[in-house]
Design a protein around this ligand. Sequence first.
Ligand SMILES: [Zn+2]
Length: 393
Amino acid sequence: MMVIINGRVVGPHSVLEHHCVVIEDGRIKQIAPTAQVLWPEDAQVIDAHDGFVAPGFVDMHVHGAMGRDTMEGTVEAMAQIAKFHATGGTTAMTPTTTTHSREKINSALQAIADAMGHDFGGAQIVGAHVEGPYISRERSGAQPAQFIRDPISSEYEPWLDRGGLVTQMTLAPELPGALELIDALLEREILPSGGHTAANSEQACAAIERGLCHATHLFNCMSSTVKSGPFRLPGALETFLADERVMVELIADGKHVHPELMRLAVRAKGIDKVCLITDATAGAGLAEGAEFLVGETRAVVVAGVGMVVDGSALAGSVSTMIQMVRNMIELVGLSLADAVRLASLNPARALGISGRKGSLEPRKDADIVVFSGSFAVLKTVIGGRLEYEAPAA
Ligand SMILES: [Zn+2]
């Protein structure tokens, strides 16, 4: 048994002061005022010292950390990435592939499959997010354009048929065959996500009618309003913002998206339909000025963000989830409970795992982050085990 005492327990809508969380067999057993709970002498007691005790963060879009990238296609790389992100409060993640050859994506997916269910003392790997290769050449961002192609069913079906492995796919809905791909994803309960797209509003609407229900890194790498004669028409961005059926991802590092736009996303979508993501690259955890690779593209850590070396494009974030939560509070003005919800319950719902993850409730997995009032992660508990502890100050 584990007991986390003296915490400010973050619920879906409010913070419960001086509460404790009782954990048994990897799951939450009870949440109650600390003074009301008795625990056996051999229980592992963690003192939160008045810090926040929150549901662990679920990162549904993350490419790497510490110089390691999902596309290396090794379990060891996955383990390093998962370990690093646990230091930022992430307890579950879906390593994300990038646009590449069939063979390269195959080997990355194999490594993710091999890493699932393993305990390497880091965030749990709960699936794979396949980002590309079926995306727009015009909106490729840092994705390598030479590997971009239209959807090929004989290529993607084997990926999608590996039950439980692929949990999300980012695609450009305007490509020939994209609507059939959306059908194939929905048949297998995989999240179809629109992104890296140059779709006009009609194409984006057609995809939503077909079941597209998620948008990949809203604002980044997607079409926006265009003028047609005297008329102003929406792009994919505004269509995703306006349609209530669509949940959105937000890279809340304060660099990819201006804080005012982050506020706009929350106001337009509501507090239930925004998922914070890191979209972290191999640059996460590296020092300012360090170089790293995004696929074959050289990038560098500049002013707390990944940048292609020629400065022409952002190359993913170098942030962790706790920084995103902090930004939503300090830059956007959300309450702490709401900011945490965007990082935990919402992505868990999007991935269909909110029955066991995403909030602190009895019977759910004991995936918990303890952080201080200044947003320093103090402890990360995953499946009832203390997997990360900040070094003593
Ligand atoms: Zn992307």
